[in-house]
Design a protein around this ligand. Structure first.
Ligand code: GAR
Length: 188
């Protein structure tokens, strides 16, 4: 059975959706580890509740990105992880992790890329006044939110409340991420 690592920094609703999909067979894999760069993030409690091993670190306790990514790569290697799924991991992936898992790191982003890259994508889109929002799943490479697109889904919203866009988007994210991960695993 294939093994996933899920990286998250915040709430972890996508992480939970992935774990549940693994448990009920919608994803033919298991979540070997949840990696979190924010001690105290809600996703850590979720991992405990769901019985998923977690690795939580504080970047400031390391000399730099290369140092903590070396520790992460060692851990992923030891767990024989096949696919790394970034799910609200709000940190740029560096060369150590990229080179070790190139082509096997994917990210979910709350906009129709290439529009609204980076942090605060939903807020950027609302500020711009768009009427069609969306979700993108893409490979991770050196360019911020710039890797090859794997899947996208759009939805219409004619308003100005970012919280509502987040709510509408998250419903789509969970389903889209689960379906996309499962499809990718079949190709690995
Ligand atoms: C998700 O909406 C995801 O698209 C976004 O963070 C949220 C995490 O939610 N990711 C980014 O903005 C990446 N640039 P969750 O913690 O509830 O899964």
């Amino acid at each position: 059975m294939k093994r996933l690592a899920v990286f998250a920094s915040g709430s972890g609703t996508n992480f939970e959706a992935i774990v549940k999909a693994c448990a009920d067979g919608r994803i033919d894999a298991s979540v070997a580890v949840m990696v979190c760069d924010k001690p105290g993030a809600a996703v850590i409690e979720r991992a405990e509740r769901l019985g998923v091993r977690s690795f939580v670190f504080s970047p400031r306790n390391y000399s730099g990105k290369e140092a903590y990514e070396r520790v992460i790569v060692e851990l992923l290697d030891s767990l024989e992880v096949d696919l790394v799924c970034l799910a609200g991991y709000m940190r740029i992936v560096g060369s150590v992790l990229l080179n070790a898992y190139r082509g096997r790191i994917i990210n979910i982003h709350p906009s129709l890329l290439p529009a609204f890259k980076g942090a605060g994508a939903v807020e950027q889109a609302v500020e711009y006044g768009v009427k069609v929002f969306g979700i993108t799943i893409h490979y991770v490479n050196e360019d911020l939110d710039g890797g090859r697109i794997i899947a996208q889904k759009a939805f219409e919203y004619d308003g100005s409340d970012p919280a509502e866009v987040h709510r509408l988007g998250q419903k789509i994210e969970h389903q889209l991420y689960v379906d996309t991960i499962n499809k990718l695993l079949c190709e690995l």
